[in-house]
Structure formats: structure tokens, C-alpha cells
Design a protein around this ligand. Structure first.
Ligand code: FA5
Ligand code: MG
Length: 430
């Protein structure tokens, strides 16, 4: 989300879900309560009840849950790799509230005012000051400011995104940060560390930030990439196929994404880079340089355990959960599918209004259909030039995890979706 959405059009402020049950009215003031804290509803509010229900579930801390198991494995890797005199040097934070200020999610990380990721169509806002974090990087500056050099942040993150087998509006990230002074960075790499510098007057280029000495950038980059490659090898074995792709994030430069082969396709699992020096300068760590990464735990767990669909992580079905009941998180587990029930596809076509965001529709489908919706795909766009009207046709794929999905049942949900789409999103059904 932080790199690819440059084509989104701006859209007006509005709140199409304001009237929902989870919002309460106190006097004249409408509020939303999250984890015991009330937030005033305003035109930026766009959290839906289906999303609010997920807050506090903390799959990353639920014993035996696959998200918790993989997080333990990754945590163990960092503890083992970075140990000084028998003590791990990485601290782990897994209990930060997912409600963050816009300052934490964006400003502290140098995300420009007009960056598309700030759009209401992409993130869940409680109001114009608070949101559900869209990435764990939202906490990075707070911990650096507190004086930490090496830490991991694990948590649930929330995004208005497409719905398919590898995208879900709530997922889990594990972020890592490591800062170095000159001694930390060069000591193990060269025989005369004192001859090298962290900073000099090198100009900005595709390969480094202005003011970072080339030897420092290269050493940070090497430490970062070798750490993440070794983690991939330890998780998946030495035959794992990986590739680095150049990327852009406002908070790192240079930046990369790591992709792994999954079901014969490249799957992006993490973003990373050299931390923008401006962030370290503002946080009292200006004499150091460092790296940061953020990875998607669901995608890594899908590869590790052979889980074919991201929705399964939310399953309460014992046939899913029991497969992960192991005391040793390093046990070898291959998920055995249990739902062989056929899907049921229903197409829905409508004329879209001038201000239409596909994510509003995906969100509405998710709110009304819940986990029974496997996929929503835009399968046809038709423009009637004479009347200057455009129509979208979406294919909604329903699949029940526990039983056959009857067509009448899918039709009934689609009817509700159609009705809400016409009243709340102003579409005209065809
Ligand atoms: C970020 O979120 C950056 N904060 C990562 C980062 C941290 C970069 C620190 C540099 C320094 P991105 O939007 O690409 O980047 O998401 C990171 C990972 O989250 C992805 O690689 C992917 O594994 C996972 N992810 C993203 N969207 C979804 C989704 N809808 N469902 C499941 N996983 C997702
Ligand atoms: Mg990405």
C-alpha cells in the first residue's frame, strides 16, 4: 500500500457506515468505542462493525495459533542470531494498541500529506485524528525515541484492500529495526574499522541517502539482506526460491521487497530498507544508521504450513485449529485441507456514480458476507459513451468452510449487498 497506489483519485469526505450498531450516541455526540476508549465520530470515520469485531483477537499471541507459532519461530531466529554475552539484544513488543494517531502512522514516517495511502479508501479511520494502524511501522519512531537500538514489533494491522486468497483487511505484521554506531557496523566486517565512516558528503543517488558514506550504506544493506535471507532459509529450507525487488517507501532509502515462490507464483512477503536519516535525527539517534523491515505473517505462514487461503486464519473450526496444537513451534506441520465444498459464484452489475471507490464495495461485501465470501473480482467494465455512464460487474465467490453453500443462501446475501450498495454507495443496479 505504501508504494503502489499512485493512481487513486481523491474522493470527497463522507461516512457511509456512520449509522452502524457499534457506534453509540452520547448526548448529541456519536462515538465509537475501541478497547475501552471512545472516539468521536466525524466525517473521516469509516471503520465497519466487521472490522471492529476483530480488534483484541490478537491471533499473534494466541497459543497454538499458526500466526503465533510462526511469530515465535521468527522471534527465536532473531534472538539466536543477535546475542551478546548470552543475552538476546532484540526486545519484542506485541501488545501495542492498534489504534494510533495519524501522526504515528504517517507523519513520523515522512509520508507526504498528499500520499495516496492517506486516502479514506485505503485505511480505516476512527476519526480525523485516530486510525487503525495500517502497518506496525507506526510504532517505530516511539521506540527509537525511547532509546532502543534493536527491536521487533508484532501486531494486527488494518487496511481497506481487495479480497482474495492472499489479501485480507486485517492481517499481522512483524517489523524489525536495528541501529548501528560505527563500532557495531564495521567491527566484525573489516580489520581497521576506524578508517571507515558512517557519514560523509556523498550525494543522494538510487543507491544511497545524501550524507551516508557508501561503505556504511553497503554494510547496512548487507546486514539487512543477509539477515532476511538467512531467516527465509531457516524457515523454509535451503531450496526456497527468493528474489529481491527494488521498492519505494517514504521512510527508507534504498528500499526493497522480498518475494518468495508460492504455488508457482512470486508472493511479496516483506518490505525493507535503510532508515531515512531524518527519522533518526528527529528521534535522538542521529549519530547512528540503521535498517528496518516489515513482513506479513499470514503470507509466510501460508507458505510454511501450506495454507491455501488467508481467511482460514480466522477459522474457529477445530479441524483447522487442532492441526497446530504443538508445544514446539519448530514442529513440522503441513496443513491438510478439510473443506472440499464447492464454491458458488454470483455476478452483480451496476452503474457506478462519479465518485466510486472499489474498496468501498469490497468493504461492504466483507461486512455483509463475512468469511463466507472467498473472493470478489471486478470481471467487466463497460462504458456507455452516449450517456457517459460506466458499469461494473463483480463476481462474488461464496464458499462455506463447513458445508455446501446453497445458491438461495448466496442469492439472499447478494440481494442485501445490492440493496446496501444502492443506498450507501449510490450505485444503480442493472
Ligand atoms: C509496509 O507495510 C511497510 N511498513 C514495510 C516496511 C517496514 C518497509 C519498514 C520498510 C521499512 P507493505 O505495504 O508492502 O509495506 O506491506 C508489508 C507486507 O505486509 C507485504 O509484503 C505483505 O506480506 C503483507 N501484506 C500487505 N497487504 C496485505 C494484505 N491485504 N493481506 C495480507 N498481507 C498483506
Ligand atoms: Mg508491499
Amino acid at each position: 500500500m505504501f508504494i503502489k497506489r499512485f493512481l487513486l483519485t481523491q474522493y470527497g469526505l463522507r461516512c457511509y457506515l456512520c449509522q452502524h450498531r457499534s457506534k453509540s450516541t452520547v448526548g448529541h455526540q456519536k462515538t465509537t468505542t475501541v478497547l475501552g476508549q471512545s472516539y468521536e465520530v466525524d466525517p473521516w470515520t469509516n471503520v465497519s462493525p466487521a472490522i471492529l469485531e476483530k480488534i483484541g483477537m490478537n491471533l499473534h499471541s494466541q497459543k497454538y495459533h499458526p500466526i503465533c507459532l510462526i511469530r515465535q519461530r521468527i522471534q527465536d531466529f532473531f534472538y539466536k542470531r543477535f546475542t551478546k554475552r548470552g543475552n538476546p539484544i532484540f526486545s519484542v513488543f506485541d501488545n501495542e494498541s492498534p489504534v494510533v494517531s495519524l501522526k504515528q502512522n504517517f507523519d513520523n514516517l515522512l509520508v507526504p500529506e498528499n500520499h495516496p495511502s492517506r486516502n479514506q479508501a485505503d485505511s480505516y479511520y476512527l476519526n480525523s485524528a485516530y486510525m487503525l494502524r495500517a502497518h506496525c511501522t507506526a510504532h517505530q519512531q516511539d521506540f527509537i525515541r525511547a532509546g532502543l537500538n534493536s527491536f521487533l514489533i508484532v501486531g494486527d494491522v488494518y487496511r481497506r484492500d481487495t479480497v482474495d486468497s492472499s489479501h485480507y483487511p486485517v492481517f499481522h505484521q512483524l517489523d524489525g529495526v536495528r541501529l548501528f554506531d560505527k563500532h557495531d557496523l564495521f567491527e566484525e566486517r573489516v580489520s581497521q574499522p576506524d578508517a571507515l565512516q558512517l557519514f560523509d558528503d556523498t550525494k543522494h543517488s538510487a543507491l544511497n541517502q545524501a550524507g551516508h558514506a557508501i561503505e556504511a550504506t553497503l554494510a547496512v544493506q548487507h546486514d539487512l539482506k543477509s539477515t532476511l535471507e538467512d531467516m527465509a532459509t531457516i524457515l523454509f529450507g535451503k531450496d526456497i526460491e527468493t528474489q529481491w525487488v527494488d521498492a519505494y517507501f517514504p521512510f527508507t532509502h534504498p528500499s526493497w521487497e522480498l518475494e518468495i515462490k508460492y504455488q508457482d507464483k512470486w508472493l511479496e512477503v516483506l518490505g525493507c530498507g535503510v532508515i531515512q536519516q531524518q527519522i533518526l535525527n528527529k528521534s535522538g539517534a542521529g549519530s547512528k544508521v540503521g535498517w528496518a523491515f516489515g513482513m506479513g505473517l499470514e503470507r509466510l505462514a501460508m507458505k510454511l504450513y501450506d495454507i491455501p487461503d488467508i481467511r482460514l486464519f480466522w477459522s474457529k473450526d477445530q479441524r483447522f485449529l487442532d492441526q497446530f496444537r504443538v508445544d514446539d513451534p519448530h514442529s513440522n506441520i503441513q496443513f491438510k485441507p478439510f473443506s472440499i465444498h464447492p464454491p458458488c459464484d454470483i455476478d452483480l452489475s451496476f452503474w457506478i456514480p462519479e465518485m466510486f471507490q472499489e474498496n468501498d464495495f469490497y468493504d461492504l461485501v466483507r461486512s455483509l458476507g463475512g468469511n463466507i465470501v472467498e473472493k470478489v473480482e471486478l470481471i467487466d467494465v463497460y462504458t456507455y459513451t452516449k450517456l457517459k455512464r460506466t458499469s461494473h460487474c463483480y463476481r462474488i465467490t461464496y464458499r462455506h468452510p463447513d458445508r455446501v453453500m446453497e445458491k438461495v443462501e448466496a442469492d439472499a446475501i447478494t440481494k442485501k449487498i445490492a440493496a446496501e450498495a444502492s443506498t450507501k454507495l449510490n450505485v444503480k443496479l442493472r
